[in-house]
Each structure stands twice: as C-alpha cells, then as structure tokens.
Design a protein around this ligand. Structure first.
Ligand code: FAD
Ligand code: UDP
Length: 399
C-alpha cells in the first residue's frame, strides 16, 4: 500500500530540488509551495502545473489524498482511512473536472438510524414516520400535515436545535438529532450554528437517499488513484511526511498555498480555532455482509460512537470478507471538522483579515478557510482560487 512505501514521485526529486535551491540562492526553485495534498492542494497543484508552473506539493502525512485517502487493507478490502467519503455534487463543472482523473461508479448513499430498537431511514421521510409511529401515511400531503402537527413554531431560526424542532418537533429532534449531535460536536445543538443540522432535510415522500444531488458517484478505482492521476504530471514534485515547519524557511517558492489549519500557519497568534476530531476503529469481519445499509447511525448517548460504515456498499467491491469502521468523536487528535459556532467564526474572521494583508500566501480548503465544506465545495473553491491567482499574475489566457 502506498501509505507504507511513500509516494512514487517522492524522494529523488526532492533531493534534486534541494540542490537547485542551494545552487541558486537568489531565486526560489518553485513558483508555488502547496501545503497539504488533499482536494484543495491537489487540485491547485494540477491546475498550476498544467498552466506551466513549477509546483512543490507537501504533506505531513505519508500519503496523498488528505482525508479522502483510501487504501487496500491486509485482506485486500478497500478502506477509507479517515471515514466514509461519498462524492456528490450538483456542479457539472466540478464533476467534469474530476472526470479527467477517474472513471466513476454510480452510487446512491443510504443511511439507517438506530432508534427505539428499529433501523429507520435518515433523512426522516414518510417510511421513517410510518414505522416509528405505526402509521399509514400514504401521500406527501398527509405526511406534511403530520409533520406540521409535530413542528414547533420558532420565530427566528438560529441554532442547529431550532432548525430541527421547527421541522419535526421535539420528539423526533430528541430521538434522531440531540444525542448524535452532542456526541459528534461535544456541544448541545442549541450551541451550534443552524448550518450543521440544516445539512439534513426532512422529506414527505419515501425517497430514502441521503443525497439528492445530480451527480452521485464514487471513483471507480478509489480516491487515492484519482489523486495520483491528478498529481502525476510534469511540473509537480511531491514531498510527503514533511511538515510545513520543515520547509517554511527554505525559500522554496515565492507563493505558498496553505491548506492546513489557518490558525496554525499564524502560530495561533489570534487564539486557537477549535476543531472536532474523530477516532476511527477499522475492523475486518469474516463474512460477506455486516449490516443492512452502508451507514448506520447511533444517536443514543449510551453508545460512544456515532456511526458504523460498511465500505463495500460504497466501493462496490466483491469480497468474501467485509470491512467496517466505527467513528467515535473526540476533542484531541487530527483536526477533521471546523466547529460552526459564532465565536469561532469571529476568531476565523480575524485570521482571514490577517491573511488578506499577506500577498505571498493563499489559504484554501476545509482547514485553511475554517469551513464545513464537502469535497465538491473544496474542489470548487480550489478552482476559483486558481482563476484568481492567474488573474493576479496577468495570465488570463491560462484560465
Ligand atoms: P484535507 O483533506 O484535510 O487535506 C489537508 C492536508 O493538509 C492533510 O492531508 C494534512 O495532513 C495536511 N496538512 C495540514 N497541515 C499541514 C502542515 N502544517 N504541514 C504539512 N501538511 C499539513 N465530504 C464529502 O463530500 N462527502 C463525504 O461523504 C464526506 N465524508 C467525510 C467524512 C469524514 C469523517 C470527514 C472528516 C470529512 C468528510 N468529508 C466528506 C469532507 C472532506 O473530507 C473534505 O471536504 C475534504 O477532504 C477537504 O479537503 P482539504 O484539501 O480541504 O483538506
Ligand atoms: N445529524 C444528526 N443525526 C443524524 C445525522 C446527522 O444529529 O442521524 C446531525 C449531526 O449534528 C451531524 C450533522 O447533522 O453532525 C450533519 O450530518 P452529516 O451526515 O452531513 O455529517 P458528516 O457526514 O459531515 O459527518
């Protein structure tokens, strides 16, 4: 697996370029230093190199792909190391851009939630309500009327709690959202921005897909292969297992693109931005199927984990064994989620203002811009950043 032997484009080129650096002390050997080889960094590396620039892309991890990295485990099962990643987008531009680097398999994601001893569809839909309350709701209108009878009148919807209570009322909120959200974020939904639970709709029909986007696909040969195809081109040098701190003072490029945590780049000088972390427990089970859906959510606070994923649903792999992953949220560890709360946004805004004063660095990505972004949104942000960089440099023709 790539993780253990390092990336094939790593070592040698690095030493070569270090020599160049020493030979020409006045001129940096690269046009761009990109920190982080996830979606944000890799898209920018590909775009900039394809426009003729010399790019050094680095990551402190020993692999490319960032949090979307996948690998074959010792049993030959394709596993997402940092939890389940399902690609979905409404943007044709983003879908077509990524299609240059991978073929796809169609995949529609479905999730069940373990509530009151049953496994019920999430997002809450007509089936969820019929099963939970032993009803016979048969139309959208009937279901909408039922939900209206449960919903709470809330004048100004501000928090993640308000969003749900206004749609489905207290009981469904408590059963499906309260415990899950407290575990996931370490905060009560009343302390989190409404955008957190607004990600999950409520449906009056029986559509049990988790996403409704136009494009719902998985990279046919996995995410890591897609990243390798993106990065394997002239003009890109990859430096893995290397922290930005090791490169910072080497004058490797005149412009840095930083996709790690923005507060870390500035040595936390305006305070620490909180991130939520997760512990991933991967297991191989010696049978073909483990559970009835790709993901099962566990909202109860009596259970420490939030969800179990069975990867074969996502990857479409045929294998006599199956691999699953338990996700248990925690405060310390790798930063996975920016925490959407007004006070955190206020700190981020100060960092953003500081960043605007520096012309030699750009911040991109989920950690670089402290935004709870999906993969497609990060790709869109990276493509927009590329266009801006080219405009600033006067290369309008390369866009
Ligand atoms: P990252 O992927 O985090 O990449 C940043 C990279 O920078 C990392 O590899 C890190 O090691 C490196 N780095 C940071 N600091 C430094 C430093 N100082 N020096 C060197 N390297 C550094 N999105 C979806 O669209 N669908 C999903 O189903 C989905 N599921 C998810 C499930 C989980 C559990 C998580 C955590 C996220 C999920 N996402 C999903 C979101 C998705 O992971 C992100 O949108 C996307 O991967 C962000 O890409 P990025 O490049 O901004 O950041
Ligand atoms: N959520 C919940 N119960 C669920 C599913 C989601 O309370 O069954 C809330 C929870 O706060 C979660 C948020 O909705 O963090 C967004 O869910 P999503 O599945 O989009 O989270 P992600 O996949 O990004 O972890």
């Amino acid at each position: 697996a790539i993780e253990h032997r390092g990336h094939p484009l790593g070592g040698e080129k690095r030493r070569e370029n270090r020599v160049v650096s020493i030979a020409n002390p006045g001129k940096p050997p690269f046009d761009y230093l990109i920190v982080g080889a996830g979606f944000a960094g890799s898209v920018l590396a590909e775009r900039l190199a394809s426009a003729g620039h010399q790019v050094l892309i680095s990551d402190r991890r020993s692999h490319v792909g960032g949090n979307a990295y996948d690998y074959y485990n010792e049993d030959g099962l394709l596993v997402h190391k940092y939890g389940p990643h399902i690609f979905h987008t409404n943007s044709e531009e983003i879908f077509h851009y990524l299609s240059r680097f991978t073929q796809w398999r169609a995949y529609e994601h479905r999730v069940l939630s373990s509530v009151n001893g049953q496994l019920l569809p999430v997002p809450i839909n007509r089936t969820t309500l019929n099963r939970l309350y032993d009803l016979r709701l048969s139309s959208d209108a009937e279901t909408a009327a039922f939900l209206l009878s449960k919903a709470q009148a809330i004048e100004t919807i501000q928090t993640a709690k308000d969003v749900v209570r206004a749609q489905v009322g207290d009981e469904l909120y408590e059963l499906f959202f309260e415990g899950y959200t407290r575990k996931q974020w370490g905060f009560d939904p009343s302390e989190l921005d409404k955008s957190v639970t607004a990600r999950i709709p409520t449906r009056t029909n029986d559509d049990d897909r988790y996403f409704l986007d136009t494009f719902q696909v998985m990279p046919l040969h996995g995410y890591t292969r897609m990243f390798e195809n993106m990065l394997d081109r002239p003009g890109i040098t990859i430096e893995l297992a290397t922290d930005f701190e090791q490169l910072r003072d080497l004058r490797l490029a005149s412009h840095t693109i930083f996709t790690g945590p923005i507060d870390e780049y500035f040595d936390f000088r305006l305070g620490k931005l909180p991130y939520r972390s997760l512990n991933f427990l991967h297991q191989t089970i010696d049978r073909e199927r483990f559970q009835d859906a790709a993901v099962i959510n566990f909202p109860s606070e009596d259970i420490p984990y939030t969800r179990i994923t069975e990867y074969k649903y996502l990857t479409g792999q045929s294998h006599p064994k199956t691999s699953i992953c338990y996700e248990t949220p925690c405060a310390d560890g790798d930063p996975y989620y920016p925490i959407p709360r007004p006070e955190n946004q206020a700190i981020y805004k100060q960092y953003e203002a500081l960043a605007k004063q520096q012309s030699d660095v750009s911040f991109v990505g989920r950690l670089g811009t402290y935004k709870y972004y999906n993969m497609d949104q990060v790709v869109g942000q990276a493509l927009a950043t590329f266009k801006r960089l080219m405009q600033q440099a006067g290369h309008v023709d390369q866009m």
